[in-house]
Design a protein around this ligand. Sequence first.
Ligand SMILES: CC(C)(COP(=O)(O)OP(=O)(O)OC[C@H]1O[C@@H](n2cnc3c(N)ncnc32)[C@H](O)[C@@H]1OP(=O)(O)O)[C@@H](O)C(=O)NCCC(=O)NCCS
Length: 329
Amino acid sequence: MGSSTIGILGTGSYAPEKILTNADLSAIVDTSDEWIFTRTGIRERHIAGDNETTSLMAAAAGRAALVDAGLTPADIDLIIVATMTPDHPMPATACFVQNHLGVSSHAACFDLNAACSGFLYALDTAWAMLGSGRYRHALVIGAEKMSTVLDWTDRTTCVLFGDGAGAVVLGPSRGTAEILGAKLYAEGTHARLLWIPNGGSNAPVPAPGTHFPPRTLTMKGREIFKIAVREMEDAAREILEQHQMSAANIACVIPHQANLRIIDVIAQSLELPLERFFVNLERYGNTSAASIPLALDEARRSGRIKPGDTTLFVAFGAGLTYGSALVRW
Ligand SMILES: CC(C)(COP(=O)(O)OP(=O)(O)OC[C@H]1O[C@@H](n2cnc3c(N)ncnc32)[C@H](O)[C@@H]1OP(=O)(O)O)[C@@H](O)C(=O)NCCC(=O)NCCS
């Protein structure tokens, strides 16, 4: 466990202006609002413009989180961007974010890829780094331009995801919003259930004059559904046990926003009413690493989180990675 004196000092989020509804999607692939909504709970998602990069969205969310924390870019000495859709294979998107925000060259900046669990991985990493005493204030951002890795002819995947960013500022706790714990996991045996086969160093080099195959995501949805439920349940139960809490102690669960049916099954198994879960996926779809910080920011700004509340974050994603974290506000 890391230091118990690190807290969330501010939150921020950003979603692109353009909205793609289920009806809009039914003009692109053979689908319907009825199918998408009943299977997933999603009504619409935000889609970034051509020039709206992951780093620009990340910076917008980061800027909002800094304002919320009452800090300036000069206070930041660590930026971690959780993303599976970086601006470029290299350098890290976090370095572009540093530039957009004007954060000093004394800051450490790097990306972290744990797909949809990325924010929790980045949170735990930053918590440990700050807990070491060698860094003081971190910007922890989840940002994704999922629209660039979707096959827009594949109705089984393109209806599920959206673009956006969410951020938190971590620093010495001001007596509130303390991180109580975090636990990360991965089951690499399932790495190929949800992946982007091409675009990395393991993709075959194309013959001269031909192109690389498209860098798009493929998924075995049914298998993922079952494993996701088990993993999120396990991650939630273990962290509660570790902290001698029961689900009843949790005022608000902020789950990864992939599918309302998955959240519903977890609510039942934890014996919590669905109202205890903050859900905004009907307006965003699955924004991968951005989903928890985006939901957290909305939950805070809408008054859903009160001083003294304990919140549980729980996520799963490609890898298959999963994890959980507890914060007392
Ligand atoms: C993807 C998911 C919504 C599919 O729901 P499902 O109930 O498992 O549906 P299936 O894949 O069994 O497909 C059922 C039928 O709907 C069809 N279908 C799939 N996508 C469709 C769409 N967008 N519109 C209309 N029909 C669709 C299928 O072709 C299939 O038709 P068939 O019975 O004629 O073969 C669901 O499996 C899921 O959410 N899995 C988890 C995925 C996830 O969260 N991934 C992100 C991880 S971070």
